[in-house]
Design a protein around this ligand. Structure first.
Ligand code: 5RP
Length: 223
């Protein structure tokens, strides 16, 4: 089975967590795109979605799924999103698609985070995937020094020869060389550094469920 097929499988499996008649929180990325495509099948059974990126909003709207402003919704039953890494306790690294800030905001409104991922994303310790951190551009150099002091190596993410600009008008730095053994402490610490908008460790808001795509079917991990 290809990685794409594994993503399709978990995108479809996530439909069982969507509550009929409600608004669903929708993440960002290639796995979530499969979920959005599956959601279109049951679009008449839901009220709509709150989206975590311009890209997901466009895809949802193109499929005729109403998109609500996060400020108009006080609570979501479920938020469904992918991850770059997930550990055996449901802590994640996210932000490979540069949407981490809005993802954390929508996740904060939701009662339950359901992560959808292929089995390559399951790790023992977070950090092999370069950690995305959304930053205020004038703080980049200082923050790169802070990460160097932790043993990391940070680089500003680039796209088309320029620094990538997020949906929120900020930059992303990607940090390699970290081993994040205590994700809650790490997220708490880095979130307080001046200039950090969002660190891509999702430990304070971890997943409660992970649907993991494997060649022998979808495995459900509960945390
Ligand atoms: C975007 C994200 C994605 O959820 C993460 O990058 C996984 O993406 P994909 O499903 O394409 O592997 O955090 O900011």
């Amino acid at each position: 089975m290809t990685q794409d097929e594994l993503k399709t499988q978990v995108g479809l499996a996530a439909l069982q967590y969507v509550v009929k008649g409600e608004i669903v929180g929708v993440g960002t990325g290639s796995t979530v795109n499969k979920f959005i495509d599956a959601l279109a099948i049951i679009k008449n059974d839901i009220k709509g979605a709150v989206s975590s990126s311009e890209a997901s909003t466009q895809r949802l709207k193109a499929l005729g799924i109403p998109v609500f402003d996060s400020n108009s919704v006080s609570e979501l039953g479920v938020y469904i999103d992918g991850a770059d890494e997930i550990d055996h306790a449901g802590h994640m690294v996210k932000g490979g698609g540069a949407a981490l800030t809005r993802e954390k905001i929508v996740a904060a409104i939701a009662k339950r985070f359901v992560c959808i991922a292929d089995e390559s994303k399951l790790v023992n310790v977070l950090g092999a995937f370069p950690l995305p951190v959304e930053v205020i551009p004038m703080a980049s150099a200082q923050l790169m020094r802070e990460f160097a002091a932790l043993g990391g190596n940070a680089m500003v993410r680039r796209k088309d020869g320029e620094s990538l600009v997020t949906d929120n008008g900020q930059h992303i730095i990607d940090v390699t060389g970290l081993q994040i053994k205590d994700p809650v402490a790490f997220e708490t610490r880095v979130s307080q550094w001046p200039g950090v908008v969002t660190v891509g460790v999702f430990a304070l808001q971890k997943a409660q469920v992970c649907l993991l795509g494997t060649p022998s079917g979808v495995k459900t991990l509960e945390f």
